[in-house]
Each structure stands twice: as C-alpha cells, then as structure tokens.
Design a protein around this ligand. Structure first.
Ligand code: NAD
Length: 476
C-alpha cells in the first residue's frame, strides 16, 4: 500500500520544511481528507534557490550530451520502477483514475528517453565563408529556468518542465502546483537519484504570486516556462518582460470538434466521449465545443448523452472508475455556474449538471446542447466534464464557429472526404489539429498553441530548443 509521503521543498538537494514556514494543506479530492501539510517558501528560500540555480547552470552547461542522456535515461528507468507508487500518489492528490495517472507517467518515461537522444542532436551549422574565415551558428543553453506547472497532470507537467532544461544544459527551479506537490517531488527525485547534480534542479512551493514575482524579478532567471490559464499567463508574461526573460506559454483552450455527416460518426462518438471525460475534462486540449453538421446532429447528441451515462464516476483508486472527482472545490463551483447560466439562457440539459455526493468534489458527466452564443460557457474555458453540442448548416459556418474564439490550442475534426480533411487542416486556427483522431501529442511532436493559447512549444526537438539561445560566431 502506498503511503502519502511527508512534504518538503528540495533546495540544493536538501529537503526543506518546518522552521516556522507557512504551510498549505494538500487535500484528497475524492474524500476531502487532508493528506499532508506543504511548507511554503519564504523570500530567503527563494534567494537560496536562485543562488544555487546560478551555480547549477555554471556546472551543467559544461556537461556532455552523454552525461545528460545518462541522467535522463536513468530517471526514465527509475520512473518505470516506481510507476505504481507514483501513479497512486498522483491519484490521491489529484483524483484522476489510477490507470490514467500511470499512462501519464509512461508519457514522462517516453519523453525523457526522447530527450536523452535529443541531447546529441543540439548542433548548429557552419556558414559558407571564404578561405581563412569561419562563421558558425551555435545553440547554447539559455540559463536558469523558472518553471510553473499546474495540477491537472501532476506527473506529466513537472516531467515536461524538468526534462527540457536538463536536456538543454540549463538549471531549473520548478514550482509545481501546491495542490499536487508529492507527484512533482517524485519526478524530481528520479532525476536526482539518477545522478543529476542537486544544484541543477530544485523544487519550491509557495504563494504563487509571491514566488513568480520573486523569481522573475531576479536577473538570474533567463527563461520562464508556464502552463496554466490565459489570465495568469498574461500576468506572468508582463512580469517576464521587465527582465526580458524568454517565455514558453502553454495556456487555455476551448477545443472545437467538427463532426461532418460523411464521417464515421460511431467512431467519432466513442473517441469524443472518452476524450471529453478523461481527467474529468480538466485538460487544456479537452474536446469542448462539438460543432455538428445538422444531418447527424440528433444522432451525435443522443449518442453522446448515452455515452455520458456509461461513465463510472468514483474514487480514482477504485478499480472500474473511469472518471474521478474534480481536482479542487473551485471546479465543481465553476461547472454549476457555467451550466446554470447556459440553461437559464435557453440551452438544453441532456445529462449531468450537478455535483454528486456529499464528500469530495465529484461532478456528473454533463452534456448541454443548442447552447446560445451569449452563454458564458461559449466563451470561457469550462475545464470540466461538460460537452457543448450545437448544430450547424455547412462547412464554412462550422469553421467560422471553430475559429470564433481567441483561443487556438487543439482543434479536432471528423470528416470522410479527403479534400475536406485537407481544407480543415489548413483552415483551423490551432497549434494542434486532429483529423479523425484525438491523438495530438507525442514525445517527438511539438505541443503548444496560437492566439491566446500561448506561444512556444513543449515536447519534440522544439521543447529542448525552447531552453536554448542562438549565438553566431564569426572568426576572421
Ligand atoms: P489559476 O489560473 O489560478 O491557476 C492555474 C495554475 O497557475 C495553478 O497551478 C497555479 O498554481 C498557477 N498560478 C496561478 N497564479 C500564479 C502566479 N501568479 N504565478 C505562478 N503560478 C501561478 O486557476 P485554477 O483555479 O488553479 O485553474 C483554473 C483555470 O486554470 C482553469 O479553468 C484552466 O483554464 C486553467 N488551467 C489550465 C491548465 C492547462 O493545462 N493549460 C492547467 C490548470 C489550469
């Protein structure tokens, strides 16, 4: 049986806690029980982490690709060995079903292995110059990275935030979500146990605005990697500008899914229902607005309602659970507000629309249809287990609806005609497009958005390059 661990920060390899520091209670969202008290950083902790991160960068920038690859491969092996424990801890503090947490960890394993290979491909180029002259373009690590990870993928988000700087030769200070600290610490510990020098990667927790102002106000930090809401992303981008800190911003979305009459509607339904309720809809690339051609609208809506009825809601540690609780009490409140507002404005409630039980943060798998444009949910990311299904006349109207919002993270389309598939791939305004598939990620593929969904990419070769800068050297 997995014990929930004692919580601490990791600064310079030391476990830091106590000493009169403020604490934050970490709660199991399935039971409401307090799992542990998380120590929060004071300014002196952050100053120490910054000083050590500067030392860590001076050290790690000189590491060889082989040394970095050795650490990343070693950490991947340790994650595999510890997979069941780490996945259970993630479920305890975030709520998702155990099998989803395990898949998330396996994605970290794949990403670290991919990045290990990428370490030896970080070369630049030599320019053509007259004899006796030499010009080269080199990639160098950007410097110490501040990385802020949210709670929805308690293992996967820290994995992304740590793996890329380590592969690039940077140091990193990770502030993962205070709601899911033990998962992040577990991932970091795998890197440290695999031989990563303790100055290179550290973990702090705190009052988010205090930590981000402190770190981004320091000349030590040269790069910010943030995943979270657009509102917070804009705030952090402004703070980063004062020190000209480079940023990768992985922000909100409002995933449109276009379903055409010539598609395999049964397959679309199966994939869309599974995708919608994965992680209780708390996914930035969650399919959200189902934009359905009117000749298959009723079949799709009724099929979705039937699918929602088959979702098994429960504690993520119980075998058979296919959807856990929401991660924190803010989410079911937001669901009630958004669904209530839509129904009051004329939407039809097909399923759910209410909290479940009187312990934990469970919410019923929900479906609303014929939702008017003035409903808040048509503009605001719901980040929860609700599908919005509306009928449309033709392709142009469907694409216009898909591109209506300022978000552009993931977009999906189900269509049979190959010409239409190509038009959709070209016209959908999104960083990632899935055609007849919702598999839009992978260790080797860039993950990121356009418009208000942010800029820059994680994963793929691009994820490592995002922690590097170019230098052109001209020798006469
Ligand atoms: P939030 O926007 O306050 O927090 C989201 C994340 O950002 C949390 O991990 C939080 O610790 C962090 N954060 C907040 N303020 C920060 C600051 N000043 N400096 C550094 N980090 C900061 O809200 P929330 O209630 O936790 O989540 C609500 C919304 O956030 C959701 O509706 C969704 O839109 C968005 N969100 C997006 C993702 C994603 O994967 N893109 C993940 C989690 C939450």
């Amino acid at each position: 049986m997995t014990q929930y661990p004692t919580l601490h920060m990791i600064i310079g390899g030391e476990k830091v806690s106590g000493g009169g520091r403020r604490t934050f209670p970490v709660v199991n969202p399935a039971t409401g029980e307090t799992l542990g008290e998380l120590p929060l950083a004071e300014p002196a902790d952050l100053d120490r982490a910054l000083e050590i991160a500067a030392e860590g960068f001076a050290l790690w920038r000189k590491s060889t690709p082989q040394e970095r690859a050795h650490v990343l491969n070693g950490a991947a092996r340790l994650m595999l060995e510890r997979a069941d424990d780490l996945a259970r801890i993630a479920t305890m503090e975030q709520g998702k079903p155990f099998h989803e947490a395990r898949i998330e960890l396996m994605m970290n394993v794949g990403l670290f292995q991919f990045y290990a290979g990428e370490c030896s491909r970080l070369y630049g180029r030599e320019l053509v110059r007259p004899e006796g002259q030499r010009s080269t373009v080199r990639w160098e690590p950007v410097g110490p990275v501040a990385a802020f990870a949210p709670w929805n993928f308690p293992l996967g988000n820290p994995g992304r935030k740590l793996g890329a700087p380590v592969a690039a030769g940077c140091s990193v200070i990770l502030k993962s979500a205070e709601e899911t600290p033990a998962s992040a610490l577990g991932v970091l510990q795998c890197l440290l146990d695999a031989g990563l020098p303790p100055q290179v990667a550290q973990a702090v927790f705190g009052v988010p605005d205090e930590v981000s102002r402190h770190l981004l106000g320091s000349p030590v930090i040269r790069k910010l990697s943030f995943t979270g809401s657009t509102v917070v992303g804009k705030h952090l981008a402004r703070l980063a500008t004062d020190n000209m800190i480079r940023t990768t911003m992985e922000l909100g979305g409002h995933g449109p899914v276009l379903v055409f009459g010539d598609a395999d509607v049964d397959k679309a339904l199966e994939t869309c229902v599974a995708g919608k309720y994965r992680n209780a809809g708390q996914v930035c690339v969650s399919p959200t607005r189902f934009i359905v051609e009117e000749n298959v609208f009723e079949k799709f809506r009724d099929g979705f309602i039937a699918g929602a009825g088959k979702v098994v809601v429960g504690d993520g540690l119980d075998a058979g659970t296919t959807m856990g609780p929401m991660a924190n009490p803010r989410r079911p409140e937001a669901m009630d507000r958004l669904i209530g507002d839509a129904v009051a404005k004329g939407a039809r409630l097909g399923a759910g629309g209410q909290k479940i039980g009187n312990q934990g943060y469970f919410y019923a798998p929900s479906v609303i249809s014929e939702v008017p444009l003035d409903a808040d949910i048509m503009h605001e990311e719901p980040f929860g287990p609700v599908a919005i299904i509306n009928p449309f006349k033709d392709e142009d109207a469907m694409i216009a609806e898909a591109n209506r919002l300022p978000y552009g993270l993931a977009a999906y389309a189900w269509a049979g005609d190959p010409q239409r598939q190509r038009r959709l791939a070209a016209r959908l305004e999104a960083g990632m497009v899935g055609i007849n598939s919702h598999m839009i990620g992978g260790a080797d593929a860039p993950f990121g958005g356009v418009k208000w969904s942010g800029h820059g990419s994680e994963d793929g070769p691009e994820g490592v390059r995002a922690c590097m800068v170019l230098k052109a050297v001209h020798e006469g």
